[in-house]
Design a binder for this molecule. Structure first.
Ligand code: HEC
Length: 109
């Protein structure tokens, strides 16, 4: 188990580009890419933020929380066949872009 643990220095190297990007733009992901990829998601998730038929709202979430949820589907820690299938197909960059795009949306009536 401890074999897979990365050294703090390596972990820092891994987050550094993201941190620099964040400080430069205030956003972790590519907003335009996120909007493009969201087309598939909004066939189920309401862009208005309404929860419909047991499908949760996913807009206005903190980006790190959104990414963590997608990660838990990808690692199959969270059960849901549809979302697991969605999450495994997406790269980390795409998930970050989706997190930025959906996170930027505000609930509306
Ligand atoms: C076929 C319908 C469908 C599609 C398409 C879909 N989702 Fe989901 N999504 C669901 C359902 C149903 C759940 C609730 C699953 C559960 O109970 O864990 C969910 C849950 C989620 C959650 C967790 C929300 C929370 O608060 O717990 C996130 C984040 C999410 N989806 C993001 C996405 C993204 C991003 C896409 C597009 C790449 C997408 N979904 C496409 C049906 C869908």
């Amino acid at each position: 188990m401890s074999k897979s643990r990365r050294s703090p220095a390596l972990a820092l190297l891994a987050v550094l580009p993201t941190a620099l990007w964040l400080s430069a733009t205030g956003r972790a992901g590519d907003l335009a890419l996120g909007e493009y990829l969201s087309a598939e998601c909004v066939t189920c998730h309401q862009i208005s933020g309404r929860q419909v038929a047991g499908i949760p709202a996913i807009i206005g979430l903190p980006e790190d929380a959104f990414v963590a949820m997608m990660e838990s589907y990808r690692r199959r820690e969270r059960e849901n066949q549809v979302m697991q299938a969605m999450a495994v197909r997406l790269s980390s960059e795409e998930v970050a872009a989706l997190a930025t795009y959906f996170g930027s949306l505000k609930p509306r009536e």
